[in-house]
Ligand binder design. Structure first.
Ligand code: SF4
Length: 298
């Protein structure tokens, strides 16, 4: 978004990698990445900004301008897996519902005989509920979240991230003791958080911990605005699934397949580059700062 003295511009990239939507309050318009922000201020959702579109809000209202040359849509799949809030809907796809579908797909791919399904809150919760419901296994609050701390993977140092995990989550022994546990998380980035979570759940008395992940292995960095980690720090870039399982100490480990993820999202018009290294916008162009897109006059 760009603010001028008497105008607000909203621009969405040609492939719609990042989301942007339009809301209205009375005769005033607003823009937000996620629709849940509109709910917070009491604005009504109007529509998503189209990939490549430029919208202008001024004293005469809302205007749409053709902006960048349209190419194939590639919405960020990780927004649905982890980044976005569950109460957001982006490009007609509700985040919570898509996570629930990921859980159902995990149940199809990897049904486990377990006593309880738990989530790594919050982004694993809807998937865990989908998995538990699909297999008729009880869902329990095995990990309790401290709601006053932020996300751990974006803490700048490893030491801060490690303290962050303990501050952020605590195991609930009354739910876990003597149980065969399926634990569902959205992703494994460096692996250090997962390691601590498995250890925490085992120390709380779980007999078995089966770790299921609602994303494919994160093996490549994102160059489209998300700072996950450098390539060599991504555990899936260094180890195979069995190596990661041993590293985190789980009894079994399963990642959702790309095919199942696409079924859960109901579209293949998504970016999966951090999973498969196929970047929808060429990285060489990004590195050179080259701009192939023609901006038309407003
Ligand atoms: S590389 Fe990953 S995080 Fe980045 S836009 Fe693509 S799917 Fe999203």
């Amino acid at each position: 978004m760009i603010m001028a003295e008497d105008k607000l511009f909203g621009l969405r990239d040609p492939q719609g990698v990042r989301p942007l939507c339009i809301g209205r309050m009375g005769d005033r318009y607003c823009l937000a990445s996620e629709s849940c922000a509109l709910d917070t201020i009491g604005a009504e959702f109007i529509r998503d900004v189209e990939p490549g579109e430029i919208v202008v809000i001024d004293e005469d209202g809302l205007h749409s301008r053709p902006g960048f040359t349209k190419t194939a849509r590639s919405s960020c799949a990780f927004e649905y897996i982890y980044f976005a809030r569950p109460d957001s809907t982006m490009d007609q796809l509700n985040v919570s519902e898509s996570r629930r579908q990921m859980g159902i797909e995990l149940a199809r791919e990897c049904p486990i005989e377990a006593d309880i399904v738990i989530a790594v809150p919050d982004s694993g919760t809807a998937s865990a509920l989908g998995y538990a419901t699909a297999l008729g296994i009880p869902f329990g609050e095995g990990l309790i979240k401290n709601r006053y701390v932020g996300r751990t993977f974006i803490q700048p140092t490893q030491a801060m991230r490690e303290v962050g995990v303990r501050l952020k989550l605590n195991a609930n022994a009354s739910v876990l003791k003597d149980k065969r546990v399926v634990m569902i998380d959205d992703s494994i980035v460096r692996g250090t958080t997962s390691c601590k979570l498995v250890d925490m759940v085992k120390k709380a008395g779980a007999k078995e911990v089966h770790f299921l992940i609602s994303s494919p292995p994160v093996a490549y960095p994102c160059y489209y605005g998300i700072d996950t980690a450098e390539r060599e720090k991504l555990i899936a870039n260094q180890l195979d699934v069995e190596g990661i399982r041993k590293y985190i100490g789980a009894d079994s480990l399963h990642y959702i397949s790309e095919e199942a993820l696409l079924r859960a999202l109901g579209t293949d018009a998504v970016c999966l580059a951090c999973f498969n290294g196929t970047y929808p916008i060429p990285i060489s162009n990004l590195n050179r700062g080259k701009n192939d897109f023609e901006i038309q006059k407003c």
